[in-house]
Design a protein around this ligand. Structure first.
Ligand SMILES: [Fe+2]
Ligand SMILES: [Fe+2]
Length: 188
């Protein structure tokens, strides 16, 4: 049991100060004095991601029911799975917004303008798959930007967005495979 070296000690050295700061503004819950991001900006950006997820849920649900109607069970199942994943993302983002002391915006008015991706219905099965792929690619771009914006200023929000980003990349990959299966003329 050697004592920690002065160098190690320098990291988080002042435990008393840490404890004092944690007790201060205790009503702010998870947001401590050490929170380095612009909280209002982070909440706004997370609300845009929330709107993006909600629009994705609605689009995938529409496509799920429409694809079911045209007897494309395997594709419909994929749409349903994605819809459920997007709902999970929306919930996690909303939860994080409240942790930061913000309010998750579920107001349907203005949802599409807050969202980064679009709600496109599509006519045929291949249209639907293509529109979902486009929406996933938009989400991938914008979540990448959000991750870089959060950087090391809000590690928890960044990790959340990184995890969601990884799932959107899987979704895009699934859709590209589906497109290649259904339409071999498309570059796989
Ligand atoms: Fe998502
Ligand atoms: Fe997705």
């Amino acid at each position: 049991m050697s004592k920690s070296s002065p160098k190690e000690g320098a990291f988080l050295s002042d435990v008393k100060e840490l404890r004092r700061r944690a007790r201060e503004h205790i009503d702010q819950g998870a947001v401590t004095t050490g929170y380095q991001a612009d909280r209002e900006k982070v909440i706004k950006v997370l609300n845009e991601a929330l709107a993006t997820e909600i629009v994705c849920v609605l689009r995938y649900k529409r496509h799920y029911f429409m694809a079911t109607g045209i007897h494309a069970q395997a594709v419909a199942q994929e749409f349903l799975e994605h819809a459920n994943d997007e709902q999970g993302h929306a919930d996690r983002i909303a939860e994080r917004i409240t942790q930061l002391g913000g309010e998750p915006d579920f107001n349907p008015a203005g949802l599409v303008s807050r969202s980064h991706s679009e709600y496109v219905e599509g006519e045929s099965l291949i249209d639907m798959i293509r529109e979902n792929l486009v929406a996933e690619r938009i989400a991938i771009e914008s979540y990448g930007e959000i991750v870089r914006f959060l950087s090391d200023r809000d590690i928890t929000s960044r990790r959340l967005m990184e995890e969601i980003l990884a799932v959107e990349e899987e979704h895009a990959d699934d859709l590209r495979d589906l497109m290649a299966t259904l339409d071999p003329t498309q570059p796989g």
